[in-house]
Design a protein around this ligand. Structure first.
Ligand SMILES: [Zn+2]
Length: 304
């Protein structure tokens, strides 16, 4: 694979380091990674700047423990395997999302995991300053090797809590997340943090979030559902909201032009056996049921 050689100097993390906030006291962090107010000292793990709050919910520390042992993407798995594991998402993203984006400025990916989307975004828009973030430093370490594998580059990796983002107000032009927000314990807090770090007129795009009415949602969240099994086994959050609840959460946080697009294209699920059959069947039910009664994916577009 060819590595990227951009037309101009690539964005540098020096730009970002002047805009970091302490997750404990919300004051500025100095260039030496020491908080200018509470003097807490932060560190790097490889390329990742670790800006996690001193106190973190158990579900979030469990995310880190889960990332260490994930069967395809865990600490000891090769980057190519982590990338292949996401082939449905990558296929969907590169075919239906990426061609319609036009990005510049500062871009943040939330809950980046193995950073495949950050890698592809930076490859397509080399002029942006691409910041990948996740609560798990282990995930970002995997991300770093995956980004290299794809011949891409990411400008900064930041381990942080999505409900307490360590970036100053109105720093980002675009925030992206793939299947990110449904892992939060407090959706509103995460959405309002995304809103806070976006510039006025900045945009959020979240893809592949689950949506369903309460009946199927409770099955999803229970031990019977696949996500529920994961949640119970690892002690992490796997929440489900209706398409309308997704919209309301963004409108409550002051976003305008909130668009929740329900998605049930079976072609991007082809390598599973049940989802393509289910998604095909959805073509025969009243559209208003989808996402508010029956499960589907939603993409959320919102402007601050
Ligand atoms: Zn501080």
């Amino acid at each position: 694979m060819e590595s990227y050689a951009g037309p101009g100097p690539s964005a540098s993390t020096d730009g970002l380091s002047a805009h970091l906030l302490c997750p404990d006291c919300r004051h500025r962090i100095g260039a030496d990674l020491v908080c200018t107010a509470c003097t807490r000292k932060f560190s790097r793990q490889g390329s990742t700047i670790v800006l996690l709050p001193s106190r973190l919910d158990a579900s979030k520390t469990h995310e880190e423990e889960t990332w260490r042992v994930l069967p395809h993407e865990g600490e000891n798995q090769p980057a190519w395997k982590a990338f292949l594991h996401k082939h449905n998402e990558v296929f969907y993203f590169t075919e239906t999302i990426l061609p319609h984006l036009d990005l510049k400025g500062n871009v943040l990916e939330i809950a980046s995991g193995s950073c495949w989307a950050s890698a592809l975004l930076k490859q397509r828009f080399p002029v942006v300053q691409m910041v990948a973030s996740d609560v798990s430093p282990t995930a970002l370490k995997k991300g770093e090797s995956l980004v290299q594998l794809l011949g891409s580059s990411v400008d900064a990796y930041v381990a942080c809590d999505l409900e307490n983002l360590p970036f100053e107000d109105e720093y980002f032009d675009f925030v992206f997340g793939s299947a990110a927000l449904h892992h939060l314990g407090a959706l509103d807090r995460g959405v309002s943090e995304v809103s806070r770090v976006l510039k006025r007129g900045g945009r959020f795009l979240g893809i592949l979030e689950p949506a369903s009415g309460p009946f199927f949602g409770s099955i999803w969240e229970s031990k019977v559902g696949l996500a529920g099994q994961r949640a119970h086994e690892h002690g992490i959050h796997e929440a489900m909201y209706t398409a309308n609840q997704w919209r309301d959460a963004f409108e409550r946080s002051g976003f305008s032009a909130v668009e929740v697009v329900r998605e049930w294209d079976w072609r991007y699920k082809l390598t599973h056996w049940l989802p393509p059959m289910y998604f095909r069947a959805l073509e025969f039910v009243p559209k208003r049921w989808i996402g508010n009664v029956l499960p589907c994916s939603v993409n959320i577009r919102a402007t601050k």
